[in-house]
Ligand binder design. Structure first.
Ligand code: SF4
Length: 239
């Protein structure tokens, strides 16, 4: 082990979520102990977690804009995702209500054609199991992209990413495993999916209303001290 934030075995983690999040933010595995070519820049893990969020977004990995901002979904994909969800930035970036856990926490770099590389596999192996174990209150995970589908759906995935999303009702209606959150696969909100969205109108007519209803339930004022009417305001702002 070359550095104090490089673990050879993370399964014995016994600290709380706050300590775990702090360790992730200091993580240098992909520079100091990478499985393949090291990350070509300093790690900048981007995630949003808390002990109270009941909804979690699980996507791929930061792109260049998010790497620069250090905040998840600060790009046109984020704008579209918030529009799909019917919420504005204030609610989206409230960690007490919404967790954001991409499959790779750091920008993985670009391939020869200028596209984003896949999420670093080291991240999932080191952090995700213990991170989700430390957030047992999560009730729903919005799963975006093939790597998140592989992690959250496993063998329940269909043959293709599109087929998995097209069968969203099956995942929505099945009872989750005890202690596990419900999972809802979504297409990526990137402009690259404009043609797909045009072709698959059911996404807007069938899936989005269900998603927004569930979001109103999960992000709305809760039992105790949440109170207030910001959910109404932000729902209006995001639609
Ligand atoms: S991508 Fe994940 S494992 Fe790699 S340095 Fe960043 S936080 Fe650590």
């Amino acid at each position: 082990m070359k550095g104090k934030h490089v673990r050879s075995n993370c399964s014995d983690f016994a600290g709380g979520l706050e300590q775990l999040a702090a360790e992730i933010r200091d993580c240098r595995i992909c520079v100091e102990a990478p499985e393949r070519a090291p990350l070509p820049h300093d790690p900048r893990p981007v995630l949003q977690v808390s002990r109270t969020a009941r909804l979690c977004i699980c996507g791929q990995a930061p792109g260049t804009r998010v790497h620069r901002s250090g905040r998840p979904f600060t790009d046109p994909s984020g704008d579209r995702l918030r529009s799909w969800m019917g919420i504005g930035p204030d609610l989206f970036y409230d960690p007490d209500r919404l967790a954001i856990v991409p499959m790779g926490f750091c920008f993985p770099g670009l391939d020869a054609k200028g596209g984003d590389l896949p999420p670093r596999p080291e991240c999932r192996k080191a952090w995700h199991d213990q991170l989700f174990a430390a957030m047992p209150q999560i009730e729903l995970v919005l799963v975006i992209g093939q790597y998140a589908q592989a992690y959250h759906l496993g063998t329940r995935r269909r043959k293709s990413l599109t087929e998995t999303v097209a069968n969203w009702r099956d995942y929505w209606e099945e009872a989750p495993e005890p202690g596990k959150p419900r999972v809802l696969p979504l297409p990526h909100p990137s402009w690259r999916n404009n043609a797909w969205l045009k072709k698959n109108r059911w996404f807007e007519t069938d899936l989005l209303p269900v998603l927004r209803n569930e979001i109103a339930r999960l992000l709305g004022p809760g039992d105790g001290d949440r109170g207030g009417t910001c959910m109404d305001v932000q729902l209006a702002a995001g639609t």
